[in-house]
Write a protein that binds this ligand. Structure first.
Ligand code: DCP
Ligand code: MG
Ligand code: MG
Length: 557
């Protein structure tokens, strides 16, 4: 078996083309050191937001509470030993003057969080939001632009991890990361100037190293790790769980194999890891232990989940559950209104009490909801009913129960309310037999990773929501008999296009199968004919035409 120090010497000799030889695997990166990534984490985030609202608090020790815990505190309070997730009673014993502020309403934190992400996006569009106070930003393109102007005397801004900056590698990573440190400083200054918040940054050639190096100097500081110190940074971690992405479940499995430190994992046999935690996870962990991480900064769009939770010591009566679900639905509806999109799925989660902490896992049930529900004045009541029925699938209310958390989440959003006869709606119905993945590609639906991990049993999963939706019920014969003004109102309310009573036979486009074409509704036939005939004129129409053609392609012979 090769000792850890040998890896360093392998690295030093190989420089840019580094790879690490384990017993049975070469760990290397396809990107090598070409990328420059910054991880930004705001200092005592919730506390800073509260101080912005009440500046007189700045010099006082403050703690933000949720339930019975201080979930964060400012750095004045940290001087007294007040830490995150400490019981309020403990915190007050350490710091009797601690000002406690309720942090259960996340509204202001969410708002500030998106403002911070917007500031970071001004430097690069490749920004991935992580929770409320962290962002990764891939600034490789910006660094390339500045690379040609790089002067020898340019210096790293902030700390250099372990002051290690040897000229071993000739790929240009030293210059790139130096420029990266300058950009990190600019971003942090801009966040401070525009929003009044201080932050910490980590700069590295991959996400893992950037995230791990950031907290080595806190608060309001930044640190850059150069490739020559990557292995030292990894080895500084006390436990394998310190690698972001390794949770309790995986670390328990690894512990069972006798792996608890980074060094243990570096020296473990890949085949053994694969057998116990799966191939992809095994490769990822093995690489991560050597500071290798090829994961991309995934641009965050809007939130994929809008969720809220209520944690408590004991929730054990249906009355209490009802009260909490009502509050969750009310708060959730406010967030949805602010977001502006329509969810098509609702999820209820619970955490059942268990003496063994590691067994206290969340369980959830979800079902589809028809977005039209949000246009009715009974939306709140309907959502409460649905949430309660999902809850009853999770917990047998006939028997005594003890929960420590109830959560409600809305997911699978759509920007607009779909009209019954839209192309998308029609194709969605038609695609029922097409496998999920193919559908996503055709309809350009983004997959929600966090969602796929949810434990579901299929309850109501395929129910398309309340069936008595007025839009679904529109009958064109009835519609055409309505007085003109009422018909127009119905049509405009539901964005339905008027169906001509005398539909002329349309010529099937050459690329579409005649049999399929003849089965389509007239308005969709018309749309396909239009698409087929549409000339490409400008950029905009080229874009649209590309999207439409994908539907046309699907129906091609
Ligand atoms: N938070 C929470 N529950 C926790 C931990 C944190 O709700 N168990 C909230 C409060 C924090 C915010 O998330 O302000 C960000 O978490 P961080 O871990 O980044 O902590 P802070 O930003 O508060 O402090 P630091 O300066 O250490 O980053
Ligand atoms: Mg933070
Ligand atoms: Mg954080």
């Amino acid at each position: 078996m090769v000792l850890y120090t040998n890896y360093i010497s392998i690295y030093c000799v190989l420089g840019m083309d580094e790879f690490y030889e384990c017993d049975d695997i070469h760990v290397g990166s396809k990107y090598k050191h070409r990328r420059t990534i910054i991880h930004i984490d705001l200092d005592c985030f919730y506390a800073q937001v509260e101080i912005l609202k009440s500046p007189e608090l700045a010099t006082k020790p403050i703690g933000i509470k949720q339930q019975h815990y201080v979930i964060t505190s400012n750095y004045v309070a940290r001087e007294y030993g007040v830490k995150k997730c400490m019981l309020i009673t403990e915190a007050l014993a350490l710091c009797p003057k601690l000002v406690i502020i309720n942090g259960e309403d996340l509204h202001d934190y969410r708002l500030m969080s998106s403002k911070v992400t917007d500031v970071i996006r001004q430097f690069s569009p490749k920004v991935e939001k992580l929770g409320l106070d962290e962002n990764f930003v891939d600034i490789s393109d910006l660094v390339s632009k500045r690379y040609s102007e790089f002067l020898k005397e340019n210096e790293v801004i902030g700390h250099i991890y372990l002051n290690r900056l040897e000229d071993v590698c000739t790929c240009g990573c030293k210059q790139r990361l130096t420029i990266g440190s300058q950009i990190a400083n600019e971003i942090r200054l801009k966040i401070k100037a525009d929003l009044g918040l201080t932050s910490c940054a980590g700069v590295g050639h991959n996400k893992l190293l950037a995230k791990l190096v950031g907290p080595t100097h806190k608060p309001n500081q930044q640190t850059t790790v150069f490739p020559c110190a990557a292995l030292l940074l990894m080895s500084s971690l006390k436990n394998i769980r310190a690698i972001p992405g390794i949770g309790r479940k995986t670390s328990d499995l690894l512990n069972d194999l006798g792996i608890s430190s980074i060094s243990d994992a570096q020296h473990s046999l890949l085949s053994t890891l694969e057998k116990h935690i799966g191939k992809s996870q095994a490769h990822w962990i093995k690489a991560a232990c050597f500071g290798v991480d090829d994961s991309d900064v995934r641009e965050s769009g809007k939130q994929q989940v809008i969720g809220l939770e209520e944690a408590a010591k004991q929730i054990s009566s249906i009355k209490d559950v009802n009260k909490r679900l009502v509050s969750l639905v009310e708060r959730g509806m406010i967030l949805l209104q602010e977001d502006g999109r329509y969810p098509t799925t609702i999820r209820v989660s619970v955490r059942k009490y268990c003496r063994e902490e590691y067994l206290r896992q969340r369980e959830s049930k979800q079902c589809a909801i028809n977005p039209s529900l949000f246009r009715t004045c009974t939306a709140k009541d309907q959502l409460i009913d649905i949430a309660l029925s999902l809850f009853k699938k999770l917990v047998d209310c006939e028997k005594p129960f003890h929960l420590t958390l109830i959560g409600l989440a809305f997911t699978k959003f759509q920007e607009e309310f779909p009209a019954k006869n839209s192309m998308l709606h029609f194709l969605k119905a038609k695609f029922k037999e097409v496998p999920d993945e193919a559908q996503s590609q055709m309809l350009n639906v983004q997959k929600d990773d966090s969602f796929s991990k949810t434990k579901t049993t299929g309850f109501l999963e395929d129910t398309p929501g309340p069936s008595k939706n007025p839009i679904e019920e529109v009958d064109y014969t009835v519609l055409n008999e309505l007085p003109e003004d009422i018909r127009c109102e119905v049509l405009s309310t539901y964005k339905i296009q008027e169906k001509s009573p005398s539909t002329t036979t349309l010529q099937c486009p050459p690329e579409v199968d005649e049999n399929v074409f003849s089965e389509l509704p007239h308005e969709i036939q018309q749309e396909l004919v239009n698409q087929s005939l549409k000339p490409k004129t400008d950029n905009l129409s080229r874009k649209t035409s590309k999207k439409q053609k994908s539907i046309l392609n699907y129906l091609k012979k």
